[in-house]
Design a protein around this ligand. Structure first.
Ligand SMILES: NC(=O)C1=CN([C@@H]2O[C@H](COP(=O)(O)OP(=O)(O)OC[C@H]3O[C@@H](n4cnc5c(N)ncnc54)[C@H](OP(=O)(O)O)[C@@H]3O)[C@@H](O)[C@H]2O)C=CC1
Ligand SMILES: [Cu+2]
Length: 549
């Protein structure tokens, strides 16, 4: 049967979206979908792209074709593909993976060449071998590094010998040395360029190193990938249980002018347990080569959120403690501005701004997980992608958590330096004072344990159960204790609100997020809801995705 016919007869298919491009395999047939068909699609999310779709067809196509979409930015992973629409037509078959002649060993391992046996080369070798690849290492001087390469599971050869072993070559050498390579031996190969630029001379408008490489070897197919990782993260990423590693998946942008080669490399990235990010043409390597220079990239969102919360808290406290009374006095005859109320701004206001930020951030760490649970319950599946804002929020939890700890630490230091500070002005402070201090100390200690567990070196040494116990059970308990820390401290203020300054007090503001998060969490603990959620997370779908044909 003609392959195009096979597609047209299909009733439904699994779509893998841009953030998880297709792990193409040997035997996959690559087809190009007619762009017209795409733009005629009724507008559901992500169907706006008019770029042709590339589809991969699994090698066991007669019985179980594997349909997947792999070009830039459209269908979300897990989206059920509607019954196949005959308006879609395939303009051409791009070819098969075999067209690139990736050799496989006797034991069905895909063979790749890694050129260079430095830090990054060795990290790549380790990771590839771990993913069941057969790795041949091309070195200028095999004797010098044989021991290390063999220990990592690679086979070392001279550059000339090694380059005959596969058409897929990973160039793991500093870019300035590329011109010293036997360039003729690189002809017509897929070259994965992992090189990074010199931060001092980087300019995103200039031609990228990957483009330079393409110009040096025009007959080769250059793919930019892996440069955003470090040798350390690459070799350490293998440790830890599967689930722990899944949580820590790093996005690896991949770009190339050749769609097929790009998909092939996306597949390798995926095999290595990383998250491929299809970044389109090789020109985009200009930006991709700049990614490692972006300072604290993953922290931006969490940082901005915590700064905003901190300043809101600071101004509420400033208004409440220093400005409000002064402003009221000024309206009275003979009223003066009492500057002495500002004496303690540096310490008390700082301390309470930080504690308010810490507890709000703690709640903000757990809120997106709760929202995600409701989204999954409502949709009845875990396979549909979350809205972008929620995804971003979920990804920022670790950073939010560490910033929470930072704020809590400042608060604790401020309070310690002023042990008489707590309880001032509370005459009926009997049992609540020690209780509230105990809650604070416990919450802070547990937050410290959570922070420690979020460090990769600690997290990867734990089993999945240990990790999830700490991050969920202990985390919720910390939130509960932190909420009690406020409640016991300002009980009167919470029970009898003080609106003298026309705004609720800082403690009333601060208690909102933790209580909201805890209240939303409660229904999820009901056995019937919990069971439904567990089933969904185990892969059960209320409305099953149409099976692949
Ligand atoms: N280190 C890292 O964390 C990261 C590195 N990268 C990129 O990976 C590439 C390799 O980095 P890294 O492994 O750290 O570099 P190293 O300096 O540690 O290793 C470079 C290797 O290149 C080989 N090489 C081939 N030709 C030459 C030559 N003419 N002069 C010197 N060395 C040569 C050598 O292997 P042999 O002696 O066996 O031939 C050498 O071990 C670079 O482009 C870098 O930008 C990207 C991301 C992170
Ligand atoms: Cu406190």
């Amino acid at each position: 049967m003609d392959k195009t016919e096979l597609f047209n007869d299909a009733e439904g298919m699994d779509v893998v979206g841009p953030t998880t491009p297709v792990p193409l395999d040997l035997g996959d047939v690559i087809l190009k979908l007619h762009p017209g068909g795409v733009s005629e699609r009724p507008s559901t999310s992500g169907w706006s792209e008019t770029e042709p779709y590339i589809l991969g067809l699994g090698s066991d196509q007669e019985t179980n074709p594997r349909f997947s979409v792999g070009t830039s930015g459209m269908v979300t992973p897990g989206t059920a593909f509607p019954p196949f629409d005959p308006r879609f037509s395939f303009t051409s078959t791009l070819g098969t993976i075999e067209d690139y002649n990736l050799p496989i060993d006797k034991d069905r391992k895909k063979r790749v060449v890694v050129l260079g046996s430095g830090d990054f080369g060795l990290a790549l070798i380790t990771r590839l071998v771990h993913a069941n690849y057969s790795v041949v290492v091309a070195s200028r001087n095999p004797n010098r590094t044989r021991e290390r390469v063999t220990a990592a599971g690679g086979i070392i050869m001279t550059q000339a010998e090694a380059l005959q072993q596969s058409n897929l070559v990973i160039l793991a050498i500093p870019f300035p040395h590329v011109s010293s390579l036997p360039l003729s031996a690189l002809r017509s190969k897929i070259l994965i360029d992992v090189s990074n630029r010199d931060p001092k001379t980087y300019n995103s408008t200039e031609r990228s190193q990957a483009e330079h490489l393409q110009a040096l070897v025009p007959s080769a197919t250059v793919v930019k990938a892996f440069n955003v990782l470090s040798a350390y993260s690459l070799s350490k990423g293998i440790r830890g249980s599967k689930e722990v590693r899944k949580r820590r998946r790093t996005e690896v942008p991949v770009c190339s002018d050749d769609n097929l080669a790009r998909l092939l490399v996306c597949g390798i990235v995926k095999d290595l347990g990383l998250e491929p990010l299809d970044r389109g043409s090789l020109r985009n390597a200009r930006e991709v080569e700049g990614i490692p220079f972006i300072f604290f990239r993953e922290w931006k969102f969490a940082f901005i959120v915590s700064i905003i919360i901190w300043f809101i808290a600071f101004f509420i406290i400033l208004f409440e403690w220093q400005l409000c009374n002064n402003l009221r006095n000024l309206h009275k005859p003979n009223g003066t501005f009492d500057w002495s109320s500002f004496d303690n701004v540096a310490k008390s206001n700082l301390s309470i701004s930080c504690s308010s930020t810490a507890i709000t951030l703690l709640a903000i760490c757990y809120l997106p997980g709760v929202i995600a649970a409701y989204v999954q319950l409502a949709r009845g599946t875990k396979y549909s992608e979350f809205p972008r804002w929620l995804n971003r929020w979920l990804k920022a939890r670790k950073q939010l958590g560490l910033l929470m700890l930072f704020n809590a630490f400042i608060h604790v230091l401020c309070q310690l330096s002023d042990s008489g500070g707590y309880g001032l002005g509370h005459s009926s402070y009997n049992w609540r004072r020690p209780t509230f201090i105990a809650c604070g100390i416990l919450a802070f200690t547990m937050a410290g344990v959570l922070g420690l567990a979020s460090l990769p070196s600690v997290g990867t040494s734990m089993t999945w159960r240990e990790f999830s116990f700490l991050q969920s059970r202990l985390g919720w308990f910390t939130l509960l204790l932190a909420a009690f820390h406020i409640i016991f401290n300002v009980w009167d203020g919470l029970v009898t609100p003080n609106f003298t300054c026309y705004i609720p007090s800082i403690s009333q503001f601060v208690i909102v997020m933790p209580v909201l998060t805890l209240v939303l969490k409660l229904p999820l603990l009901l056995p019937c809801v919990d069971n439904a959620l567990t089933r969904i997370r185990q892969g059960f779908e209320r409305i099953p995705t149409p099976p692949s044909v």
